[in-house]
Design a protein around this ligand. Sequence first.
Ligand code: AMP
Length: 287
Amino acid sequence: MQTVKTLQMLRTALAQLRGNTGTRIALVPTMGALHEGHLTLVRSAREMANHVVASIFVNPKQFGPNEDLDAYPRQLAADAALLEAEGVALLWAPDAEAMYPPGFATNVSVASVSEGLCGAARPGHFDGVATVVCKLFNQVAPDLALFGEKDFQQLAVIRAMARDLDLTRPHVDSIIGVPTVREADGLAMSSRNRYLSPDQRVAAATLPRAMQAAVRAIESGADVSSTLAGLQAEILGAGFGSVDYATLADSRSLASLAALGPEPARLLVAARIGGTRLIDNLPISAR
Ligand code: AMP
């Protein structure tokens, strides 16, 4: 595996990888501090393409002023070893200067789907995500790109961007969502889980457990708003300090739903425990 840190080196390495026509390249964008969730994306990518390009970039534009940009874990050498062991061909690891040279002035902003949920709690976050992912798509020009359903709203924002801007590499239909990978107790894997104290880590597993119970209740016809109120109470009772949202939403538009309808729906939650904000989401079968 080759690690490249400048755009020029990236272009040269990509030209070598592409070689023959028909060679398919998959991109797996990450912010590093890799865990099994990320590695699952890489394994899926390997099955779907000839070569996998992974990126590691802790994108300053997607962090708010009071968020954890400085504290975010950085471990490039360890991450590179994990990616190499998974058969990644190329690691794109630019620094902030390479990604945003002096004079950088463009913002990619996706309205609508980015506005509620995490977009409401983290102003500017999805502009930062859309801008960097648009750049990564143009830099690597992959045939397909893989993202986790763990960040369900992020996946929706990226798909909307690719559709609205008529992107071709990748085309919106080649943006692949991969189901969330979980710890044995159900907690969704996240680079931020390492911020949790041992007690918080135990309490955090209440989140997916309570969400699964809420999904079962809603699927069996329970009232949505009282189920969501009960879910919030259970999360707070387990030791979470606040719940940013606990919402039933349409899987495509992410518009919130008062009741389950014929379209696929999703239960989405963001809650804070200590200083750590955790998100999770689960599918709900339509009626
Ligand atoms: P991050 O490094 O947190 O920006 O995540 C990079 C990619 O990995 C994103 O597409 C995430 O949605 C995905 N990802 C993160 N955690 C998980 C997980 N537990 N299961 C599946 N994908 C994940």
